[in-house]
Design a protein around this ligand. Structure first.
Ligand code: ZN
Length: 237
């Protein structure tokens, strides 16, 4: 199993690692990594793996049966190699801002209307957010974006920690996704936006709501019956 450093410290931009295995000359497993593997609506990190003066570009990272596989653009890495991982930090930090923003928006929407999240896809240009809600009211959605922006102007810490599964599941609303079941593990990772939201989550987040900046409503769509979709983007900082 690869040690997932991004869960411990989402601000690590660089780390040392040892190559555990290389498959088909381009799928690399490391003993530890800062690269987030695509999943849970958050795109994978990109960047590079460096060995001496050789640079291997990483464009895709996925998790397959517990192993995090880094797809590199060329052959050359071997089992046992000592390497340095370097993140494309601009990309990752944007995704962290979007991810925390999505939690805050979801929480305001859930508290205000009871809407449950049914899916989401974080992106660099825009974030898509799906939820189920009887009334389709654009002005209400804009209102929640506005309220979220007010919170992003405040010093509100975001904490990530592990809780024993039993204890975590006692927290009301800890599972925000409709039909989502927490993985069968003894500890759940919890992301808490203090006083705003708490949920089980495996993504990367900023440390303080101020770091999100501001978000902008792009559009909302009625996807039939109770399915609604909203898009928002991050404002440049
Ligand atoms: Zn999340």
């Amino acid at each position: 199993m690869t040690e997932e450093l991004y869960l411990v410290d989402s601000y690590l931009k660089k780390c040392r690692a040892r190559v555990i295995s290389v498959t088909q000359e381009k799928y690399v497993v490391l003993d530890q990594t800062i690269f987030y593997p695509k999943g849970g609506g958050q795109p994978q990190d990109t960047g590079k793996i460096v060995k001496g003066s050789d640079v291997y570009k990483v464009d895709f990272v996925g998790k397959f049966s517990g192993n995090i596989s880094h797809e590199v653009d060329r052959s050359g890495l071997k089992e046992g190699d000592e390497v340095t991982c370097v993140l494309d930090w601009d990309r990752r930090f944007k995704l962290m801002r979007s991810h925390t923003a999505a939690h805050v928006f979801a929480s305001l929407l859930n508290t205000g209307t009871g809407a449950l999240t049914t899916g989401n896809q974080l992106g660099l240009d825009r974030t898509r957010f799906d939820f189920s809600l009887e009334n389709f009211d654009r002005s209400l959605l804009k209102q929640y974006i506005h309220e979220a922006n007010n919170l992003f102007n405040k010093d509100i810490p975001v904490k990530c920690y592990e809780l024993p599964r039993k204890e975590a599941l006692k927290i009301p609303g800890i599972i925000k996704m409709a039909k989502a079941f927490p993985p069968n593990v003894s500890f759940l990772r919890v992301v808490e936006v203090v006083g705003v939201d708490i949920q089980a989550d495996g993504g990367t987040h900023v440390h303080n709501l101020r770091e999100v900046g501001q978000i902008q409503f792009i559009k909302a769509q009625n996807k039939g019956k109770h399915n609604r979709r909203v898009y928002f983007s991050l404002e440049d900082v």
